[in-house]
Design a binder for this molecule. Structure first.
Ligand code: ZN
Ligand code: ZN
Length: 268
């Protein structure tokens, strides 16, 4: 009788994990490669098994990993991370990952992390913390962002600039919490683009976004997951266009739940 694909996968997982435990990871990787050719594993099965084996190998001691039965709760391993008990979902691509699939378990107090595996280097690429607080009004995800204002001038010509840190709801921008405001003079995104000829705008946004997220994250002693600024839309000139808010950088997974662009009502 044909086995259900999910059951087949679970049996294979158990096979390689037990080889790894008994005979070491080199042996487990070797048998996986031989089986792959002999049994013509389909690419998804092979990719899944390889990812989990790479994660288990690199993390078993540092994260005290135990493989789970993998029965639909998006948890491939239990272990510990940042001194807390943690559940890990292992993958080699974030494309089909959906933050909402973890919410029910997270609301029961479980901490979830996505372990992104790089198959070229056969290493853990990064571990993504997806434990955002939930919005009390609608259950959406609350995400810390920094909004970076452009330089403005008072009536007597004094330049001013402000940065606002806001906790933003992924489902409704009116569900927001003000965290803090700063008045640093920092280059605006528009200036960065002007001053960096030859670089792709995506690269500049990413670099500028990560730098600001780290800088303001340190100040509030928390993580910042997106950076936004004011952007003129519907026009080329300041006189007849509309201002919008554009998030020019978002971290992993947050980019799948926050809108790229919205109105300016988020600013205080
Ligand atoms: Zn799984
Ligand atoms: Zn909300």
């Amino acid at each position: 009788m044909e086995k259900h694909p999910a059951e087949e996968f679970r049996n294979l997982r158990a096979k390689y994990f037990s080889i790894a435990n008994k005979h070491g990871f080199d042996k487990a990787f070797y048998i996986l490669e031989t089986d792959r050719e002999k049994n013509h594993f389909n690419p998804q099965v092979y990719t899944g098994l390889l990812s989990e084996l790479i994660f288990y190998n690199e993390g078993c001691d540092v994260m005290d990993l135990t493989p789970t039965l993998d029965c639909g709760d998006h948890c491939d391993f239990r272990g510990s991370y940042n001194n807390n008990s943690a559940r890990f979902d292992v993958t080699s691509s974030l494309t089909y990952k959906d933050l909402d699939t973890y919410s029910d378990y997270q609301k029961k107090g479980q901490k979830y992390y996505i372990a992104l595996i790089d198959h070229d280097s056969k290493k853990i690429d990064r571990i993504i913390d997806i434990n955002f607080p939930f919005c009390k009004e609608c259950g959406g995800h609350l995400i810390n962002i920094v909004l970076i204002g452009d330089t403005k001038y008072t009536n007597n010509g004094t330049p001013t600039q402000s940065q606002q840190i806001i906790e933003m709801c992924s489902q409704d921008i009116s569900h927001k919490n003000y965290i803090k405001e700063y008045e640093y003079f920092i280059p605006s995104m528009n200036n960065e683009i002007k001053n960096s000829k030859g670089f792709l705008q995506d690269e500049i946004s990413k670099k500028h976004g990560i730098n600001n997220a780290l800088f303001f994250g340190k100040l509030i002693n928390d993580k910042i997951h997106a950076c936004g600024h004011e952007k003129l839309i519907n026009s080329g000139s300041i006189d007849d266009g509309d201002w919008s808010t554009e998030l020019f950088w978002m971290s992993d997974m947050v980019d799948s739940i926050l809108p790229n662009q919205f109105d300016t009502s988020l600013w205080y």
